[in-house]
Ligand binder design. Structure first.
Ligand code: MRU
Length: 355
């Protein structure tokens, strides 16, 4: 099945990315010309979803260094540190962002003997490679997870862990897509995912483009559908997974996991290894982003609450590993005790486990 869109693309001297804030009303690609523009795009969720943020971070660093003056090595190094700091300060929860910054730093350090012009090129090459690699890893996640879904299943998902949250194909949606591509009759139920409605705006748009049957529900409806026996599996993505398997994902995921456990519905998390943070033992210390109250008091710019009301806008929650039936990665499926599986996955990938 051909991809119906391109999340982001390196264009030689700029980055072309689909502005996800405008979906589904407008399918508009924007040009990112500077590292500041990339930081702004990540902060305002024009590009979003943990793996996509990682690739955007790498491309933003490459772009930021492409414009740096060639003359003096010391100021070039200072600029590299500054560009990495700017990118790392955009969003706190998705560990793929920091994983990508570290990977670009390793490439930079390995290029100590290169000229500035050559260094610029290796940074660009790495970022471009990461985009291709991410799409390939998502396809592998799909293959790892597709057998978890059976003919006739209706699968609930939360937020968007699709092609748009990655460089293509998706993580949770990748699993669904791979099962669908096997010829299984799979239907999806998408939570709208307040406050920014990534489920309604993005997941539904994406699945409809792919021809995968999708039904949109308000976040409040998930429990009722489970109670009626209308959901057979839950598959979600993740923004950061602790060593013990606790998984941070879009706010509301934890509630879905509790409902799934009550109804004895398998609850799977799908994510690449770059989302696993072995430096964090449990989910308690995952940094959780809190965002602008205006995202809660307005929908698409229209006020829905009285001016001045107190608001909490916590962007992510943590699902404890005990509620997770399995974690699907490009290296295969992990089950409790997760730390053991993760250590095996990372055994042949030194330096890649975010610790
Ligand atoms: O705030 P967002 O849109 O960047 O959050 C993204 C999510 O939490 C998604 O649910 C996703 O699973 C993680 S990325 C595949």
């Amino acid at each position: 099945m051909k991809d119906p869109f391109r999340t982001m693309e390196w264009m030689g001297d700029h980055i072309r990315l689909l502005d996800q804030t405008l979906l589904p009303r407008q399918e508009k690609y924007i040009s990112i010309l500077t590292v500041d523009q990339m930081c702004d795009a990540i902060k305002r969720l024009a590009v979003r979803g943990a793996p996509a943020i990682g690739v955007a971070a790498a491309m933003g660093i490459a772009l930021g260094m492409l414009g740096a003056p060639d003359s003096d090595r010391e100021s070039f190094s200072r600029r590299f540190g500054e560009v990495c700091r700017l990118i790392a300060a955009t969003r706190p929860t998705a560990v793929n962002l920091f994983w990508a910054v570290d990977r670009m730093k390793r490439v930079y350090e390995a290029g100590a003997d290169l000229s500035i012009a050559e260094l610029k090129q290796v940074l660009v090459d790495e970022a471009v490679f990461m985009e291709k690699e991410d799409r390939m890893l998502c396809e592998k996640i799909g293959v790892s997870g597709r057998d978890l879904l059976e003919e006739g299943d209706t699968v609930l998902t939360h937020c968007n862990a699709g092609g748009l949250a990655t460089a293509g194909y998706g993580t949770a949606i990748g699993v669904i897509r791979a099962a669908f591509e096997q010829g299984k009759n799979i239907r999806v139920v998408s939570d709208e995912t307040r406050p920014l409605n990534q489920g309604a705006r993005i997941t539904c748009w994406e699945l409809m483009k792919l021809g995968i049957p999708v039904t949109l529900i308000t976040d409040n409806t998930a429990g009722a559908l489970m109670q009626r026996g209308e959901i057979q599996k839950v598959v979600v993505g993740a923004d950061r997974i602790a060593a013990n398997g606790d998984a941070a994902n879009k706010i509301g995921t934890f509630s879905v996991a509790v409902l799934a456990r009550y109804h004895q519905i398998p609850f799977y998390v799908a994510a690449p290894l770059s989302t696993i943070d072995m430096s964090i033992r449990t989910g308690d210390t995952i940094p959780i982003e809190e965002r602008d109250p205006g995202e809660v008091t307005r929908i698409c710019g229209v006020p829905i609450a009285p001016e001045g009301v107190a608001v909490r806008n916590i962007a992510f929650d943590v699902t404890p590993y005990q509620l997770i039936t399995g974690i699907v990665t490009e290296h295969g499926r992990a089950s409790a005790p997760y730390e053991k599986s993760f250590e095996q996955f990372f055994a042949d990938k030194p330096g890649e486990n975010n610790s």
